[in-house]
Ligand binder design. Structure first.
Ligand SMILES: [Zn+2]
Length: 111
């Protein structure tokens, strides 16, 4: 596993992983808070928030997997150097461009 693969995995899966870990931590906190009767209504509201965080994490994970599937099938934008998924950066300094998630190469977007 070289540095570009580590960078690709970080770019694709770091955010969903952190959101899953945050929701696990929040679940533990809610269980601890549910021991006190005065905090029970608050824990019910917070548990809906955790569901929202889990849904967001699932969405980001599905988006990352979808990018990998698209690159594997040769559909959509990919890096001109290594063929891995790219990220569209809209307000770039010299206009919109694509940044590779693996090797970091930039390519100008003609949109
Ligand atoms: Zn690349």
């Amino acid at each position: 596993m070289d540095f570009n693969q580590i960078r690709l995995a970080f770019n694709l899966f770091f955010k969903p992983l952190m959101l899953f870990l945050v929701s696990l931590l929040a679940m533990n906190l809610i269980e601890a808070a549910a021991m006190q009767p005065t905090l029970v209504p608050l824990t019910k509201i917070a548990s809906y928030g955790i569901i929202g965080v889990l849904l967001l994490a699932s969405y980001l994970l599905a988006q990352s997997v979808w990018l990998l599937v698209k690159v594997a099938r040769g559909v959509g934008e990919s890096c001109h150097g290594c063929g891995m998924p790219v990220r569209y950066v809209s307000p770039g300094r010299y206009g919109p461009y694509y940044k590779c998630m693996a090797c970091g190469a930039n390519r100008r977007s003609h949109e």
